[in-house]
Design a protein around this ligand. Structure first.
Ligand code: PLP
Length: 392
């Protein structure tokens, strides 16, 4: 089924960013009324949302509970880590970018013992490395992995990581913020305790809350672990089970928008349909950008269908800020890079966009280069040397 992709309202630019992202008119319209947080109508909306999210796992979802949490995605990450890692536990965080590092920082704030496997800007943490660390350090109770590390756009090998963690008898917590809803992580075949995502990523809702999908058995034993009142996931779950309500003021409009987004996600063919559209977006955009001379940071096998990092061209006439403005004038908001070694920028593939939009992105990039007087978008030699490390 080909979903209908609508252009943004009133000439607003496309957000080629990994959330907030471009949402449909129907999602925006769903917010044009008010709901009482205690009212039966809103409680039914919360219940439907939680059921729909768990149902995305299919049969494997029967062992899972969905607990939404107010705030941006990081609030939900903090809630998950603080509720599942015991106060006397120890976490191994697998980091290859800003989001892995943030999880480690959250754990330090929470006073949990942390070890970090830091792979730098974009090298993937591998199952064998994880197995080796777990064998040497019996104190580690939990491993924290990032599914798609949105800093570089790398799709980390969570399947082999999950296997290594399960083989060592430890528990895995996954930050699937930017991947959930577009990249399958079936809990029957990939063992993990919980994953976290948020409303404004691949489900294509608006910002306002995150949610944790956790094994019921793990949640049941997590009472009293949190050192935060508002971010206690067990307390939020217990209250929701009992009353159908959120513990504190819920983001009512964002929930209404999200329900609309979940219906559209199902109509598009669920995770498989959504992931296929994003993969086409990426393929069309990357091929077009390569034709202009741009190079991706990552080789094809590590490129996620979520966001792609490109090296800035070596040509001295290229300036990212100018490129950004020229792209914005053409209706596209792009994203600066986060690499420490070489200059880069990122283009997101998620949101209400299809391959036709991505072709227009490439045309806009071509025009922007021409306007700057950049004849070739080829990256500097250091960039290609940097990339060769990944192949080694
Ligand atoms: C978006 C994102 C988050 C959460 O970021 P917020 O700004 O708090 O919403 C966490 N992890 C990853 C991998 C993300 O892409």
């Amino acid at each position: 089924m080909t979903p209908r992709i609508e252009p943004p309202l009133m000439g607003e630019p496309y957000l080629l960013t990994p959330g907030p992202l471009t949402t449909s008119a129907a999602v925006k319209q769903a917010m044009l009324r008010d709901w009482g947080s205690w009212d039966g109508d809103f409680r039914a909306m919360t219940a439907e949302m939680r059921e729909r999210l768990v149902a995305m796992f299919g049969r494997g979802g029967e062992a899972f509970e969905c607990v939404p949490m107010q705030g941006s995605g990081t609030f939900a990450v903090e809630a998950m880590l603080g509720t599942f890692v015991p106060r006397n536990g120890k976490a191994l965080v697998l980091a290859n970018g800003a989001y892995g590092k943030r999880s480690a920082e959250v754990l330090r704030y929470l006073g949990r013992d942390v070890e970090v496997l830091d792979k730098g800007d974009y090298l993937p943490p591998r199952g064998a490395e994880v197995a080796e660390i777990l064998a040497r350090d019996q104190a580690i109770t939990h491993v924290v992995a990032v599914h798609c590390e949105t800093s570089s756009g790398i799709l980390n090998p969570v399947e082999e990581i999950a296997e290594a963690v399960a083989a060592a008898g430890r528990r895995l917590l996954i930050d699937s913020m930017s991947a959930f809803g577009a990249i399958d992580l079936p809990p029957e075949t990939v063992p993990y305790e919980a994953l976290v995502s948020s409303a404004n990523k691949c489900i294509e809702g608006v910002p306002g809350f995150g949610f944790v999908l956790a094994r019921r058995e793990a949640l049941k034993t997590a009472a009293g672990r949190s050192t935060s009142l508002s971010l206690d996931l067990h307390a939020q779950w217990a209250h929701m089970e009992k009353t159908g309500q959120w513990r504190f003021t819920p983001p009512t409009h964002a929930v209404a928008a999200f329900l609309e987004a979940l219906r559209a996600h199902e109509a598009e063919g669920g995770v498989a349909g959504r992931g296929a559209r994003y993969a086409r977006n990426r393929d069309v955009m990357v091929a077009g950008m390569r034709d202009l001379g741009f190079e991706t940071l990552l080789e094809a096998r590590w490129l996620s269908p979520i966001i792609v990092t490109f090296f800035c061209p070596a040509n001295p006439r290229f300036a990212f800020d100018r490129f950004y403005d020229l792209m914005k004038r053409r209706g596209f908001i792009i994203y600066p890079g986060k690499l420490t070694v070489v200059d880069s920028f990122r283009i997101g593939c998620i949101g209400q966009m299809d391959e036709d939009v991505m072709r227009r992105v490439v045309v806009a990039a071509k025009e922007a280069l021409t306007e700057m007087g950049v004849t070739s978008a080829a990256p500097p030699e250091e960039a290609l040397q940097e990339r060769a490390k990944l192949a080694a």
